[in-house]
Design a protein around this ligand. Sequence first.
Ligand SMILES: [Mg+2]
Length: 301
Amino acid sequence: MASTPVNLQELKPEEFKSFLDSFDYVFSDCDGVIWAKTALPGVGKFFSLMKKHGKKVHFVSNNSLRSKENYEKRFEDAEIENGFENLTVPSIAIAEYLKSVNFDKKVYSISCPETNNMLKSYGYEIKEGPDVGTDYYEDYILYSKDDPEIGAVVMDCDFKVNLPKLNKASAYLARPEVYFLCGATDKYVYHKPGFRTLATGAFTDLVAEETNRTPVTLGKPGKAFGEFAMKRAGVSDPSRVLFIGDMIEQDVGLGKATGFKTLLVLNNLTVDMMLGHKTIKPDFYAQSLGTLVPQLELSFK
Ligand SMILES: [Mg+2]
């Protein structure tokens, strides 16, 4: 049974100092932690104070949808320096995974253009689509044919995911030697309290169930992704990492899988939602990163 999460804002100054002493690295999610539509209050200050306390800061997002320029602009608006240089996203992890297994076949990809471009930049040939299916089930036999040139199926965020693509992925994955890799696992994307939409993970789960295959998860909460982020940040001991996120399954789940300490910010969830999760509880929680700024300032004294 997981212990009750500690509200950081209720810690006495000396307790907050011991919390600060318990890690050397801060790994932070981006969407819902650093920015929503725009940068959230106090985030730039939070990370600059963490750096002043000697912490090394790294960012870990499931969102491969943003371009480099978009990420750079968002980090700049949030007053965070070198954000993009210290960012790990699934598209890079997927490409590096394929490289590590000396992959030399074609990839069938159900992903956004940014992920496909990343894979292409590593020299991989991508097959994708179709973006529109036909109106008769009889035609779907076309989408259930194997293609021996395909050696990997990649599923990351694709706004044009559809029945033909799911059938194609399932047909290729019937061959056990075909790699099954996924990026973002989020079943939902939260827009504001009470509003969410179905997302990538829901479709990956469908294919996994249909093919009886388990994907290698190169996005949160996959342990392989957590270890990949550690490697990029030069971390050897996961227990010296504080992972910050706004999602229980993805962020706290990744922390638990990899052995990080975890801090949940309640920008999109309530305390009851956090406590109501049956199996996953964060070690710490706070309303937002901005609310921790006064305690970080006080800890220098
Ligand atoms: Mg998030």
